[in-house]
Every structure is written in C-alpha cells, then in structure tokens.
Design a binder for this molecule. Structure first.
Ligand code: 13P
Length: 267
C-alpha cells in the first residue's frame, strides 16, 4: 500500500506569537500553489501560546483535505480537572489541533514522562478523534550497548497497549534516535529504515498486518533539506519529524517540496 508522507515541524519551545505567525505565513504562501493531494501531510506544532497565531489551511480544490494541519506538542489524558499547567485533548481540538506529539525524548528526559503516561495520552487522543504522533528512540549508550531494537520495541508495545487495530492504523510513530536530535548527526538512512521496518514488525505483532501496513512511521533527528531525499527514498520511512529545520520557512518548505516531488515522481 502507498502511505501518504508526513512532513511535521516540531517548533519545540521556540518563537513568540508574531514569529510563529510569520513562519506560518511563509509556509502558507508555499502550499497555496499545490493541492492537498499533491502535498505530503504537512503538520506544524507550535507552542500552546502560539496556537491562536496559526490555523488549519483547508484545500480549495474541493477534496476535503488540509494543506496545513496543526499539532499540540503534548497533552494530558484527563479531559479536565485540577491539573495545573496541563492541557487536554479537547482543548487542543478546540484550538484547531488534529495531531498531538507525545512521548518526545525531551519530555521523557526532562519531564519524567513514562511509557504508561504515553499510552494513556495516546488513548485519550484517539478517543478525542485526534491523531497521536508517538515518539520513540534510543540513547547513544543504548545504541552502543546493542539494545536499540529491544528498547524501541518495548516503547512501542507499551505505547500501543490496549489500542484497537483500527486506531493503531490511524496513528503515527516517529523514530527519533536521541543522539541525532539537534546534533547535526543524522542517523544513516539505511539504519533508520532498518529500525523503522523493525518498528513496523512490532506493530504487526501487536495490531496485525493491516495496521502495520497503514501506520505512518517517520524519522526525526537532524533532518535537513540536504538529507530528506535520501531518507524519503527508503521503503519504510514515511516522512519526517523536524526540529531545527522547521523553524525557517525556506528550509521547511524545501523539505516539503523535495518530498512532494519524489512522491509525484514515484507515481
Ligand atoms: P532536530 O531536527 O532539531 O534534530 O529535532 C528533531 C526533533 O526532536 C523533532 O521532534
């Protein structure tokens, strides 16, 4: 089956409202020349305080698709309550989000997010009709110790625990080796593809062949305009979750452009 590629920008804790608006306008200006069918699924994840500065851009060709989709960078699994500093799925939906990034290594590392919390968040996101982008990845120490595959398989099994195959099929996974995030050290694309194929086999084991075939699995970690073509040419890499290079319209648009042209050429 052919899976529609996803190019997602994780803006992390960057950009004030006016800067977010400017970046959004720069991306909007690029996508206006294409239909949602031609474009990869484009997702941007601003900080919560900038969600009002961006918006979903619907396609004007009548296809019902979106040219730009919005994601939250985190959420709580409860719908409301006394959880100071947290935001619920319904609140993100209300702010225009259709995706939510969960389990990013920065949240696991600095905010003690556990596999169990990530599983609860994934379930809440899917129950609310949004799509989770579930992050996983190993440290350099784990890679050097040869435990990459077992570590990631464990993260994925825990994140997907108790989720129906139909919901797994809709979900997105991002493989982000921690040592490649923000370091300029991209994971070799054959190796990234190997790990992503391994993740797909884990999805097959827990949710069946159909879900494994449908789920989109992204690579993240120092993705740049100069790396995207090789990454996207690999069989199991369905797109990218981009940090640094998503903060400038030029580089993010170039990544979208190269992905789109490769996809169109493959048809
Ligand atoms: P960089 O693209 O800056 O390495 O960040 C990757 C990432 O963490 C995206 O979620």
């Amino acid at each position: 089956m052919s899976r529609k590629p996803i190019i997602a920008g994780n803006w992390k804790m960057h950009l004030l409202k006016s800067e977010a608006k400017e970046l959004f306008e720069g991306i909007k200006n690029y996508v206006k020349d294409y239909t949602a069918k031609e474009l990869p699924t484009v997702v941007i994840a601003p900080v919560f305080t900038s969600l009002a500065a961006v918006e979903t851009v619907a396609c004007d060709c009548g296809c019902g698709g979106n040219k730009i989709n919005i994601a939250g960078q985190n959420c709580h699994w409860e719908s409301s309550g006394a959880y100071t500093g947290e935001v619920s799925v319904e609140m993100l939906k209300d702010a225009g989000c259709s995706y939510v990034i969960i389990g990013h290594s920065e949240r696991r590392q600095y905010f003690s997010e556990t596999d169990e919390m990530i599983n609860k968040k994934a379930k809440a996101i899917l129950a609310g009709g949004l799509i989770p982008i579930i992050c996983c990845g190993e440290t350099l120490e784990q890679r050097e110790a040869g435990v990459t595959d077992s570590w990631i398989a464990g993260q994925i099994k825990a994140a997907l625990e108790g989720i129906s195959s139909a919901d797994v099929a809709k979900s997105v996974i991002a493989y982000e080796p921690i040592w490649a995030i923000g370091t300029g050290k991209t994971c070799d694309s054959d190796e990234a593809n190997r790990v992503i194929a391994m993740i797909r086999s884990v999805v097959k084991e827990v949710a069946g062949a159909e879900a494994a075939d449908a789920i989109r699995i992204l690579y993240g970690g120092s993705v740049k305009p100069s790396t995207i073509e090789e990454q996207m040419s690999k069989s199991d890499i369905d797109g990218a979750l981009i940090g640094g290079a998503s903060l400038k319209a030029d580089s993010f648009n170039e990544i979208i452009d190269k992905t789109m042209k490769l996809t169109l050429a493959a048809k």
